[in-house]
Write a protein that binds this ligand. Structure first.
Ligand code: AMP
Ligand code: ZN
Length: 665
């Protein structure tokens, strides 16, 4: 086969796998095999730059930087939708429709209203050529490079697609991905994003498409526009778009009349919370495209469609007080203490107020009657004030000037929303917070020591920093609240055992601002020892993969503090791991490098432990359960049927004992 044919084949194959995984949610090969094929393609492309193709699956990782997005006039205007909030509104709309169309039966398509950022994507000859944001409806920004990185957006279409058309959809950030992004931010002491919709629309305008590629965005399509589309109804066009390779949710319904529309609305008003992404209503469209033409548009919206907005899950209640929390990094978070109120099935007592600007913007005051809403975030938020209910003697909220815990004057950095307490070593929640982070599961994972015990230890002046933990004796802790003989032993043993935790986790545990798990690993692998890292100059740090100036500066600041220097010297003395464990000595080969294998069942020639050891000796990792991250399952006799099913479902390759042995030889 010549190179070009080989490239075409690989690209086609990988596009199909992308489609199976991201659109159908039904992968047919393992992640590992996919990665292998992608690497193969990358290699070929690198060797043959003359065949470069922007539409290749290798380009999904992005890498282009756009300083200014071009303005593009939409081929077909992107209208907005009229809203309705009640059954009556809907019936009124139906009457208006019937009045124009006359006394004919009218069918409706019901779709969910996905809550994200709208987009128009143009395809020519089955290939994605352009993606434009809605903008003002007449013209928007060309964000093609960013949209290409969203794996569920097809780059090439299948089947009998029209030669040229636009398709409209919504870029959403599914809730699980959103939570994960926020978890990662919280972990390094950063402010989390406030909601999935804003984060999705913000993502479209990022300058670096490689950043967009890292975000778990999704694209849900709902409308095709153009001439000669070969369809006569909206419902049919959804089916077609799905067949061409687009992600079109299957929950839409063809309703024979408005009663069936209401059924759909009532059902999804409740069940929408089970969906992986946020929705804020239902969009009802006259099904016949011919009728749509007859109905036409008002100056801002089609007459043939209407949005039914779900009632925002809002409640009104009284704001009793505002308290201020101090985090591990000193960041202040204002919290609203509310008169308890029922909201979306739970009782809400507290709401997030974000920061001083937010309070000022909404002019939120104590004793106000406030509106509370629940969105994608875990903690509800205050979205407004019922000014009519404001007491006459109400006073404007004055944001605190001093730390509520230690009295230090608060600071606010240029361009940052949050106030900070800079009393790093004297402010109780910062002190306890650092120790709590140190012992947490992903850090030192100290058995027998929890967050509350840390607070107890600190209050009893037994510890003031995490180094002090290693000086604790059983008799020190025995007298503490709920601390019996057994728990005291556990605690001391847990602390002792943590001395074996590998360097990269110790580094993460130190709680250097902006140094999360991944960054800690990168730094540990690069510098190998804490001494080398502590001495690294800024210009050198920023050359390390994924380390930018902000992280580098934070590392420098951390190691230049005398307090930290002393703590680290002590930790060294206690025997913590400050040198990267050299695994090379036992590594026999690297055939399994970067791969995770799960071992299951009973084996003949090797014991299960020997197999696990062999995996590590050959550079692989032993996984404890089968996930999409698993590359192989080494299966012996009596492997559980549920495991087998899971492996098959995820398309993970199963190796027999003999196959495994052959692989490592
Ligand atoms: P609005 O922004 O309130 O005027 O509502 C119109 C927007 O709803 C459109 O621009 C789309 O971005 C969005 N939308 C979400 N889901 C759908 C859908 N199924 N059909 C049409 N529009 C939708
Ligand atoms: Zn303080």
């Amino acid at each position: 086969m010549d190179i070009k044919a080989q490239l075409d084949l690989l690209r086609k194959e990988l596009n199909e796998h992308n489609y199976n995984y991201y659109v159908l949610d039904n992968p047919t090969i393992s992640d590992f095999d996919f990665d292998q094929k992608l690497k193969e393609l990358e290699k070929l492309e690198l060797a043959h730059p003359e065949y470069f193709d922007i539409n290749s699956p290798t380009q999904r990782v992005g890498g282009t930087v756009t300083k200014n997005f071009d303005t593009i006039v939409h081929r077909y205007r992107m209208y907005s939708l009229d809203n309705s909030y009640s059954k009556e509104d809907l019936l009124d709309w139906e009457q208006r429709v019937q009045k124009v169309l006359g006394d004919v039966p009218v069918e409706f398509t019901c779709e969910l209203k996905y809550d994200g950022a709208s987009i128009t994507i143009t395809y020519e000859d089955g290939v994605l050529v352009r993606a434009v944001t809605r903008g003002d409806g007449v013209q928007g920004d060309d964000v093609t490079n960013n949209i290409r990185t969203i794996r569920s957006v097809p780059i090439r279409l299948n089947g009998d697609y029209p030669q040229s058309f636009d398709i409209r959809g919504e870029i959403v950030l599914p809730l699980a991905g959103f939570e994960k992004m926020n978890q990662d931010l919280i972990e390094i002491g950063e402010t989390p994003y406030s909601n999935p919709r804003n984060t999705a629309s913000g993502s479209l305008k990022l300058q670096d498409s490689a950043e967009v590629a890292k975000r778990p965005l999704d694209c849900l399509l709902y409308n095709i526009v153009g001439s000669d589309l070969g369809v006569t109804t909206q419902y049919e066009s959804l089916d077609k778009a799905r067949a061409w390779g687009f992600k079109v949710p299957t929950i839409s319904k063809l309703a024979k009349n408005i009663d069936e529309v209401l059924e759909f609305i009532n059902y999804w008003d409740i069940h929408r919370h089970e969906l992986p992404y946020e929705t804020d209503g239902v969009v009802i469209k006259v099904n016949s495209l011919h009728y749509q033409d007859e109905l036409g548009y008002t100056s801002k919206a089609p007459r043939w469609a209407i949005a039914y907005k779900f009632k925002a899950e809002q409640a009104e209640t009284v704001l009793n007080s505002i308290s201020y929390q101090v985090g591990r990094t000193g960041a202040i978070t204002p919290v609203a203490n509310l008169e308890p109120v029922q909201l979306a099935g739970t009782i809400v007592k507290r709401a997030s107020l974000h920061n001083a600007d937010q309070i000022a913007k909404l002019d939120i005051r104590v004793n106000d009657s406030v509106y509370v809403e629940k969105g994608g975030e875990i903690i509800p938020k205050i979205v407004g004030v019922n000014l009519e209910a404001r007491p006459a003697d109400s006073e404007r909220t004055v944001y605190i000037k001093e730390c509520p815990e230690c009295g230090t004057k608060l600071k606010r950095n240029e361009g940052e929303a949050q106030h900070y307490c800079s009393n790093v070593y004297g402010c109780p929640p910062q002190i306890a917070g650092r120790i709590q982070h140190f012992i947490s599961r992903k850090a030192m994972d100290i058995d027998g020591l929890g967050e509350e015990t840390v607070v107890l230890l600190y209050k009893n002046e037994l510890v003031e920093n995490y180094a002090d933990l290693y000086e604790l004796k059983k008799e020190d802790v025995l007298g503490l609240e709920r601390m019996g003989e057994k728990s005291a032993d556990n605690l001391i043993n847990g602390i002792e055992a943590s001395k074996q935790i590998p360097f990269e986790r110790v580094l993460y545990a130190l709680g250097i601002r902006y140094v999360g798990e991944t960054v800690a690993k990168k730094l540990a692998n690069h510098y190998k020892t804490i001494d080398a890292l502590a001495e690294a100059p800024l210009m050198e740090l920023i050359t390390v993969d994924e380390i930018g100036e902000r992280i580098a500066q934070s590392v420098i600041d951390f190691f230049s503090s005398d307090v930290n220097k002393e703590i680290i010297a002590r930790l060294k003395e206690y025997g913590l791991q400050f040198v990267l464990e050299e695994k090379e000595s036992t590594v026999v080969s690297d055939v399994l490098l970067g791969q995770t294998l799960v071992v299951s069942g009973v084996f003949e020639q090797m014991s299960r432990d020997e197999i696990k050891q062999a995996i590590e000796d050959h550079g692989g990792k032993v996984g404890s359960s089968i996930t999409s991250k698993t590359h192989y399952v080494v299966a012996g006799d009596k492997m559980g049927p549920s495991k087998l099913e899971k492996a098959n479902k995820l398309g993970i390759k199963i190796l027999t004992e003999a196959e495994f042995i052959a692989l490592i030889q």
